[in-house]
Design a protein around this ligand. Structure first.
Ligand code: DHB
Length: 287
């Protein structure tokens, strides 16, 4: 049983990287500054995953753009980030005690090319290509178009000197999952991360929208999306048949949650909203 593997502190291999515990942080607002990345590096998180960053700094959406409750989170940060040079510098002195993962977003192909050439010459060990940010108003997340996924993976896997993983959004049918799954198998990927936040959600707090941007609409995370994350791991796992490792994310708070994800086909997991609620000490409990 998988549970016994991770409780005995064995090495978990995910494609070309190895981790010594099943849970790492998910990309998100808790991984946006040098200080935050340093704290994640020093914590029991199995890896350091940055907030998604772009080539140039991006101011993001007006605040408040995140909202957290015990059972869920809502965000429309709008890709606020300090840009590639900042993140590359932030991890430049980290020793290789755990994998350093760069979550990347690009607005157009040329930007991706420049971004990859910078990251190729950095201390990062792996790229997590974010094809699932829900908060760019005019653009549907790339992950919803199998053709767009194919196009971007062709470019990135060719240009990247680091192993490439891809983070996808939640889908609404098995058929959609199977189409995207087939595309993934045509590329030299390290693993797939499932799932990003559910793109269309809103929360009414004291009579008004809990977040300001996009008329209060943002991505839903936390415990509410665990059943959706689990189903994605299960269906992708059946489709990928062990040819591509899966990292599960969505609503994980406890060891039991981790076991459920591993039993359905994930090799490891990421923790998002629970970091905001419980702090990085959650990794001491989980790992
Ligand atoms: C943002 C939200 C996401 O879910 C994501 O994957 C990347 C960025 C954001 O709003 O900044």
């Amino acid at each position: 049983m998988l549970l016994s593997i991770w409780m005995s502190n064995q090495t978990i291999t995910i494609g070309k990287i190895s981790i010594n515990a099943p849970a790492m942080n998910a990309a998100g607002p808790w991984a946006a500054t040098k200080k935050q990345l340093e704290l994640i590096y020093k914590s029991q998180s199995a890896a350091v995953v940055t907030k998604s960053f772009s080539l140039k700094p991006n101011p993001g959406n007006p605040k408040p753009n995140t909202y957290f409750e015990k059972d869920f989170s809502l965000n429309s940060v709008g890709l606020e980030n300090n840009g590639a040079d900042y993140f590359i510098d932030a991890v430049s002195n980290f020793k290789k005690t755990k994998p350093l993962i760069a979550s990347l977003v690009g607005f157009e192909t040329n930007e991706f090319k420049e971004l990859l050439s910078k990251v190729n010459n950095s201390n990062f060990d792996l790229i997590e290509l974010n094809l699932s940010c829900p908060n760019v108003k005019s653009e549907e997340p790339l992950g919803y178009s199998p053709q767009a996924v194919d196009d971007i993976l062709k470019i990135t896997t060719k240009l990247s000197k680091k192993p490439v993983s891809v983070k996808l959004p939640p889908y609404y049918s098995r058929q959609q999952i199977n189409k995207v799954g087939t595309v993934l198998l045509n590329h030299n990927l390290n693993h797939v991360v499932l799932i990003n936040t559910l793109p269309i959600a809103t929360v009414v707090n004291k009579g008004k929208a809990a977040i300001t941007p996009n008329d209060g609409i943002g991505g839903l995370g936390g415990r509410y999306i665990k059943p959706i994350g689990l189903a994605h791991v299960k269906i992708f796992s059946e489709h990928l048949k062990g040819k591509l490792p899966i990292v599960g994310v969505g609503g994980i708070n406890t060891k039991k949650d981790i076991t459920e994800y591993l039993d359905l086909g994930a090799s490891a997991v990421q923790i998002g909203s629970a970091i905001e609620n419980q702090g990085l000490k959650i990794f001491t409990e989980l790992n």
